[in-house]
Design a protein around this ligand. Structure first.
Ligand SMILES: [Zn+2]
Ligand SMILES: [Zn+2]
Length: 98
């Protein structure tokens, strides 16, 4: 289940615009394997503490366009989804619970 803090953010116009602009800036290609990508990953994962910080949430520096397989590799390598304190949001992004 998505946490409320992240749901609001992902539904925001600012994020949708930013996501599209970022995607175009990398030509819609996964930055790891070059396949068409459609998941914009936050390198610094979103938390209730940083969700209101546009330097983290909306900064191109913190974004990476990934295809779904690279995205799941990224998350599976770093954290097991079953690990306590982590969960997936509605974009399939792994987020930290408080
Ligand atoms: Zn990829
Ligand atoms: Zn991600």
């Amino acid at each position: 289940m998505a946490r409320e803090f992240a749901r609001k953010f992902y539904n925001s116009k600012a994020w949708k615009k930013c996501r599209e602009a970022y995607k175009q800036s990398v030509y819609g290609l996964c930055e790891r394997c070059g396949q068409p990508g459609d998941e914009v990953h936050h390198k610094i994962y979103l938390t209730p503490e940083n969700i209101n910080d546009p330097y983290i949430t909306l900064s191109f520096e913190n974004l990476e366009l990934l295809c779904s397989s690279c995205h799941s590799i990224e998350h599976n390598e770093k954290y097991s989804p079953l690990r306590e304190g982590f969960g997936f949001d509605e974009n399939g992004d792994l987020i930290r619970s408080e």
